[in-house]
Design a protein around this ligand. Sequence first.
Ligand code: FMN
Length: 313
Amino acid sequence: MDEKMIQEITQRGRDFLKSQDTMEMERNGLEGYQTDQELKRPQPPLVKAPMTDSPIDLPRDFENLGMEDNLVQLLLKRKSSRVYTQEDMSLLQLSFLLWGTQGVKDIRGKSYATLRTVPAGGARHPFETYLLVRQVEGLVPGMYHYLPMTHQLELLSAQEDPQALLDFAEESLCGQRWAAKANVVFYWSFVPYRSEWRYGIFAHKLIMADVGHVGENLYLACAALGLGTCGIGAYDQATTRRCATRPSSWTGKRSTWSTPRPWAPSRPRTRAKRRPSTALWRSRGCKMRPLLPLCMEGERGERCAATRGKEHG
Ligand SMILES: Cc1cc2nc3c(=O)[nH]c(=O)nc-3n(C[C@H](O)[C@H](O)[C@H](O)COP(=O)(O)O)c2cc1C
């Protein structure tokens, strides 16, 4: 890549971080610009419709978890862990992590908005959660989708071959095998039109800010349970694009699928181990990128349109 192109791309990234209102005003003038909400166009569904018809209820008796609930202690404990014990995680623990990151506390209006355990710009909550489950009591290993309205999981694809699961996770995490060994890997995708409907051309930076809250809640929820986790910015975009569909095949390199922004909660080993080398994912062409966009589900609400009217709650 030549220097000029590097500079252009860098500038685009910097511009993205600036206030889009001001930027677009300067460039194009925005008088008269209205978002779809202002234009009274129909609102997209608050969540993605289930993809299967046999959801799994998640337990909610979180008081049985015996958690650390002192905020100062939690903030002190919060850290990234990269070595895991390989003990089972309970379904109740996983349930708490899902509730803590995307759980629905209330619904406002006639399905106008969800209020959740995390904040989101305009309460749009554009994310969908996918889980690669390796070792959770009561769940067959495989890929799952979280249904936040009903606090349920749906199994998208089972995979009982532990090696295939590991290979898939490792590939999606750009060769970070230590992370692939987590009990469960969280992958978050976003449905852009949920935010764009309200914020139009200004939605995208908000989505990036929103996901930081989701990740931090996972860190804190893990700290409360004595579990380890680590945010992952280095992921393979080509495989991640295929996340939001039911995988048809788990075998072979590049035949697997996932979505970005994985987090890998698991039980941390107490003694710190050697940090993994960045050379591994560099060698695979996956450089460390500290803040990455999420996987999109459809352009401008395509998928929303497909599921419109089918939302539950
Ligand atoms: C968005 C984001 C992406 C990250 N990506 C990776 C990653 O790909 N690999 C890794 O080993 N650590 C990753 N981390 C963990 C950071 O390296 C870690 O947060 C940082 O070193 C500070 O350590 P602490 O979390 O224990 O305070 C990521 C953290 C965040 C928030």
